[in-house]
Design a protein around this ligand. Structure first.
Ligand SMILES: [Mg+2]
Length: 183
């Protein structure tokens, strides 16, 4: 179980993602979480910086799709303003929503090793990606203090597993998760 919580990549913010490197690693499709990955729970719409970054992602040759667990209207509003294809109520870490996004929402077929899912939670985003056997990128939450109730519960579980990883796999913890754990 804890192996499925280890991300392949870790970035402080989405703006730190080295797009050229990902492309040379063979990634072509990026699935992204919304809340506390792209914007905090306190925000509703994409910022200018975020819109410019999305343009860079697409110009770099990636297809970019939003996969959110939220079923709220804010996801529709955000996706419309961000002009992005999206799957809401995706039930991560279950495979259902992620698989639907990969199979039904993309413009073409991608192999699993060409797909990266980025998100700010181990228990939903990273575990969901690993269950689907695609790559997982952990992003530090935009603003943890805005986490909604369900996310705060997930964070408690996340903390339990971070402690286990620290104990059982100290090298991997230090390399990939220590900084995330300490914020
Ligand atoms: Mg999130």
């Amino acid at each position: 179980m804890i192996k499925k919580l280890i991300p392949d990549y870790v970035y402080k913010t989405i703006y730190d993602i080295p797009l050229d490197k990902l492309y040379s690693d063979g990634i072509r499709l990026i699935l992204t979480d919304l809340d506390n990955t792209l914007i905090s729970y306190a925000e509703e719409l994409p910022t200018k910086k975020l819109i410019e970054w999305k343009q860079k992602v697409e110009e770099a040759g990636f297809e970019f799709i939003l996969v959110s667990n939220s079923r709220k209207v804010r996801v529709d509003k955000f996706a419309k303003a961000f002009n992005i294809t999206y799957q809401k109520f995706s039930t991560k870490p279950l495979k259902r929503g992620i698989k639907r996004a990969i199979k039904k929402l993309t413009s073409k077929h991608y192999e699993k090793d060409q797909i990266l899912l980025i998100g700010d939670q181990l228990m939903t985003d990273i575990l969901g990606a690993k269950r689907c056997k695609i790559k997982a990128g952990l992003i530090f939450p935009v603003d943890k203090s805005t986490d909604v109730k369900s996310t705060r519960l997930n964070r408690k579980m996340e903390q339990f597993f971070l402690n286990r990883i620290k104990k059982k796999m100290p090298d991997i913890y230090n390399e990939k998760l220590k900084e995330f754990d300490e914020i």
